[in-house]
Design a protein around this ligand. Structure first.
Ligand code: FAD
Length: 602
């Protein structure tokens, strides 16, 4: 068989975004040897693109904030399908994780008296997002890397994991190839942390980077782990719609947090026309109060543009469908209007939203300090993913942990902006800690030669196949997911999508890569099809199962919330015969004190 390199670590971490780096720092601080693998370059993980901020109830801008308010906001945002223990840990621990980041050198924007500044975001009752202009993810990754690099981590870059390796019910390693030469690598480990991020690239219009194909979710699934909440995909309301070359690129919610408003072609602020009951007592019903909220008036209620993302995205789709859209099929997002409200507005916008200013100037020739942007929904985030234990982050497979966007539970049916970066820090740390603990308590198990041989043969198969083009299959999948498993879904559409995914599975069997193993994107994509199709199928099956509308999942044939579906999560698991099993599982009753907290905060 082909020669391969073999590496051994107590803990293997797959992915070097915020979750992976935070896990690596914690595991190595516990004194175990840590290997970190990423298929991009260090510093290029998707987290670097995060813009608006990290949510933590530091209460620097409004002292009424606290973990209980953050917990309640997260549960309400998730429409009570969240894993409440994760929501509790996240709300309690995120302030410490942000302060720790600052101690490690992160330079957050400051309040006048020198504390970390916090900004408003949708669904958060008080200004809660610590930020660095609109480049928060960049600063977060820089800080974690600078800190982590001194911890003696072994880093493997441009190295793609294609499969996890198991011994009975425990994970014992992973199989990979490197991008440069296409050489195989076997990582043997006592425990493994998956921190591989999201899956936006299975949709046509997305804010996500090329790396986000959902591969970690699929790696876990094929190893036998349970997935949960896969039907909940977040479509961010404000992506660029024009020109076509930048379609889907994100416009941070920070624009609306700083006072930006949404208007249709009739110049009407349509968000005032549709305020859900769940948020009525927190949302202003007039423009003046909404503006005052964004400027820090503590008595004012938030403008309807800062309702949760799922709702705002659907309102935009409705405006477009009913003929009140912008010329290129979106609506208008206007921050320039604040020139009527504050002096030196242009300088203020450039200071608060530098990336947005440059993004529009360079890519669309629009000066956002003078004219409105055209925006529309873009696939942004998956609330679902690998099911984990709330405290330890261990999956349903022994020794396999997951954290960050590939893990699930915290966000329920809809994630609040800023709650991902805090998720990465809180649960990345926990995953690292418990993976190190598992490694200390368990012996290394040897990966068997026949396991390596089987995985190598599978990885090389695309060189002997054809005539299907893997890029074409990926493209067809993206179009189908956008059309049939997107913002608005139906039984017939989802059935059609599942039928289509079945056909794509068949075509993928004949997807050939051509060329050789060195720097071969065709080979990479041919191997990735398995992961993209797995995740797409899981989303479509779970979406078909949930016969109601809630959070990121909207069914035009079941437009309301159902009491019965409000009591269950949907799980997906691979069966012995290789087919996908979908199941409804009851949500564990919430602890009394947490229920009381929710009642008190209402
Ligand atoms: P990632 O940062 O995506 O890292 C994944 C890592 O896994 C990468 O290193 C990748 O190379 C590696 N990987 C993947 N598959 C494999 C494989 N098979 N083998 C080896 N390595 C692999 N959230 C907020 O809270 N606040 C914000 O302001 C915010 N802004 C955002 C702006 C944009 C434009 C986008 C798209 C998202 C934003 N989000 C924000 C969401 C947030 O950025 C992501 O959810 C988060 O960064 C995901 O981090 P992660 O550590 O889970 O994964």
């Amino acid at each position: 068989m082909d020669r391969y390199e073999k590496y051994e670590h107590d803990v293997l971490i797959i992915g070097t975004g915020g979750a992976g780096l935070r896990a690596a720092i914690e595991a190595s601080a516990a004194g175990v040897s840590v290997g970190v693998v990423c298929r991009s370059l260090l510093g290029k993980a998707h987290t670097v693109m995060a813009e608006g901020g990290v949510a933590a109830s530091l209460a620097n801008v409004d002292e009424r904030d606290g973990w209980k308010v953050h917990f309640t906001d997260t549960m309400r945002g998730g429409q009570y399908l969240n894993n409440w223990r994760m929501a509790e840990l996240h709300a309690r621990e995120s302030p410490d994780r942000v302060r720790e980041l600052e101690a490690w050198g992160a330079l957050f924007d400051r309040t006048k008296d020198g504390r970390i500044l916090q900004r408003n975001f949708g669904g958060h009752k008080y200004p809660r997002l610590a930020h660095v202009g609109d480049r928060t993810g960049l600063e977060m990754i820089r800080t974690l890397q600078d800190h982590g690099i001194h911890q003696g981590l072994s880093i493997y870059q441009e190295c793609t994991i294609t499969a996890l390796i198991k011994n009975e019910d425990r994970v014992i390693g992973a199989f990979a190839y490197d991008r440069e030469k296409g050489k195989f690598k076997v990582f043997q480990a006592k425990s493994v942390v998956l921190s591989t991020g999201g899956m936006g690239r299975i949709y046509k219009i997305t804010s996500n980077s090329w790396d986000c194909t959902g591969s970690g979710i699929s790696l876990a699934y094929h190893a036998g782990a349970e997935l949960i909440d896969m039907e909940f995909v977040q479509f961010h309301p404000t992506g660029m719609v024009w020109p076509p070359s930048v379609r889907g690129l994100l416009i941070t919610e920070g624009v609306r947090g700083e006072g930006g408003v949404l208007r249709n072609s009739e110049n009407s602020r349509f968000m005032f026309n549709d305020i859900p009951d769940l948020y009525r007592n927190q949302t202003s019903d007039n423009e003046d109060e909404g503006w005052r909220y964004t400027q820090g008036d503590r008595e004012a209620k938030r403008p309807p543009e800062l309702l949760t993302r799922d709702h705002v995205a659907r309102c935009i789709v409705r405006e477009v469908k009913e003929g009140r859209g912008s010329p290129h099929g979106g609506v208008f997002l206007d921050i320039a209007w604040i020139k009527d409200k504050i002096p030196n507005a242009a300088a203020h916008i450039k200071r608060k939203l530098p990336s947005m200013y440059h993004q529009f100037k360079e890519l669309a020739n629009i000066d956002i300090t003078r004219e409105p942007m055209e925006v529309g929904p873009t696939t942004h985030y998956i609330m679902g993913g690998i099911r984990v234990d709330a405290d330890t982050q261990m999956t349903s497979i022994n020794g396999l942990f997951a954290a960050g966007e590939c893990a699930a539970g915290l966000h329920g049916a809809n994630r609040l902006g800023g709650n991902s970066l805090s998720d990465l820090l809180v649960f990345g740390k926990r995953a690292g800690e418990y993976a190190a603990g598992f490694a200390r308590e368990n012996e290394m198990v040897q990966v068997q030669e026949h396991q390596v041989e089987e995985l190598a043969a599978e990885a090389l198969a695309p060189f002997e196949k054809g005539p299907e083009n893997p890029f074409q299959i990926q493209g067809d999948l993206q179009v189908m997911m956008q059309d049939l498993v997107g913002i608005i879904r139906s039984e017939s559409g989802l059935s059609k999508a599942l039928e289509g995914i079945g056909k794509l599975w068949e075509r993928a069997k004949n997807a050939g890569s051509g060329g050789n193993r060195s720097y071969n994107p065709g080979w990479h994509t041919a191997l990735e099809l398995k992961h993209m199709l797995t995740v797409a199928e899981a989303i479509a099956r779970a979406a078909k199962e949930r016969q109601e509308s809630r959070g990121g999942h909207y069914r035009e044939d079941y437009t309301g919330k159902s009491e019965a579906f409000g009591q269950v999560n949907i799980t997906v698991r691979k069966q012995e015969n290789g087919t996908m099993n979908v199941e409804q599982i009851p949500i564990k009753p919430i602890r009394d004190d947490l229920m009381q907290t929710i009642q008190e905060m209402k």
